[in-house]
Write a protein that binds this ligand. Structure first.
Ligand SMILES: C[S@@+](CC[C@H](N)C(=O)[O-])C[C@H]1O[C@@H](n2cnc3c(N)ncnc32)[C@H](O)[C@@H]1O
Ligand code: SF4
Length: 337
């Protein structure tokens, strides 16, 4: 029998990455993620006492690392809304050999970057969909100015955190912003990655027509700043990478709609209330919190997680059709991207 830490799922994919959502709340209402009014009602959020505590998250993370996880990404909702997040960062940063990162909308980053870096965060990803203030305010839909996110990025870089920038592209909304984003971040030392608009959740009214294919994004950048492809650095790398021919760094595209990468997906996700999801497009998660709260035995946790992982068959993006887009699934703000 194989040792547990090399165990793979039913399609031969090992468990290597873990995304941990620490809250489902957000201070933005990005139109592609948490549109303000959903079917005439407001969002209902997880009660605070239902959230995994930092101790519980650390315990789970250690079990996941024992099963082969090498990288943990803290996410949300907006993770910087979780009080004392740097305490969680410090706990996870103390796990040997773990690559620890975080994805944020950047709104609170100027205040928090130094504490996060001091707590041991290795690097950070900031979501930023436009440099045009009016477009940015319309996309976050809470009238948040782009300048403050740019300040957050500068503060994080000054605190020594390598920064990646993620931009979701939605047709007719910010596809005119691609070249400006590329211009701003090339040569600045921050890797920019464009993300195809995905049919996650059931609230964003996703339509295939709204997706700007990665090939079109690359062609748009290439016509302004010529590009050449870069070989993937490792199995499961989600972004396809391109290098500016003039040496001004790299840019990536995440093409989960037009060129799905399920075959290489090594990622598990835990929701803020401790449910385990093996795909971004799952409808149902496996409750780990009950086990964490009732058993002190890490072996029981290990068994439960590896049982779920070894039975994993998900490859939603490869099977996506107009019909699958209508299937029930969790929201991106719940599961964390
Ligand atoms: C759900 S957010 C959570 C972390 C944080 N609030 C943020 O925005 O960075 C994680 C990532 O998912 C992306 N995202 C949200 N909805 C998406 C969608 N429908 N398609 C593609 N990416 C999406 C966001 O742009 C962000 O980069
Ligand atoms: S993408 Fe991030 S910032 Fe935007 S609404 Fe979703 S969780 Fe909030």
């Amino acid at each position: 029998m194989q040792p547990a830490d090399t165990r793979s799922d039913s399609m031969g994919r090992p468990l290597r990455d873990l995304r941990v959502s620490v809250t489902d709340r957000c201070n933005f209402r990005c139109v592609y993620c948490m549109p303000k009014e959903v079917f005439g009602r407001s969002y209902r959020f997880i009660d605070r006492k239902e959230l995994l505590t930092f101790e519980e998250i650390e315990r789970l993370a250690r079990v996941f690392v024992g099963l082969g996880v090498e990288k943990v990404r803290i996410t949300g909702g907006e993770p910087l809304l979780r009080r004392d997040l740097e305490r969680l960062v410090a706990r996870l940063a103390a796990i040997d050999g773990l690559d620890l990162t975080l994805t944020t909308n950047g709104a609170l980053l100027s205040q928090k970057a130094r504490a996060l870096a001091d707590a041991g965060l290795r690097r950070i990803t900031v979501s930023l969909d436009s440099l045009d203030d009016a477009v940015f305010r319309a996309m976050n839909d809470v009238d948040f100015p782009v300048e403050r996110v740019l300040d957050g990025i500068d503060t994080a870089a000054a605190a020594g955190l390598p920064v990646k920038v993620n931009a979701v592209v939605k047709r007719g909304l910010n596809d005119g912003e691609i070249v400006e984003l590329a211009r701003h971040f090339r040569g600045a030392g921050h890797t920019l990655r464009f993300i195809e608009y995905m049919d996650v959740g059931a609230t964003n009214g996703w339509r295939l027509d709204d997706v700007v294919p990665a090939a079109e994004i690359v062609a748009t950048i290439d016509s302004a700043f010529p590009l050449e492809p870069v070989e993937p650095a490792y199995r499961g790398e989600v972004a396809r990478r391109w290098r500016y021919r003039d040496g001004a760094g790299e840019v990536g595209v995440i093409s989960s709609v037009t060129q799905p990468f399920c075959g290489d997906c090594t990622r598990a996700r835990i929701s803020a209330e401790g449910r385990l999801y093996t795909c971004l497009f799952s409808a149902i998660g496996h409750d780990l919190r009950a086990l964490v709260r009732t058993s002190e035995d890490d072996d029981a946790l290990r068994e439960a997680i590896s049982g779920v992982w070894s039975a994993r068959r998900d490859r939603y993006s490869e099977l996506r059709t107009a019909e699958t887009a209508a299937l029930p699934r969790v929201e991106m703000s719940y599961i964390g991207g």
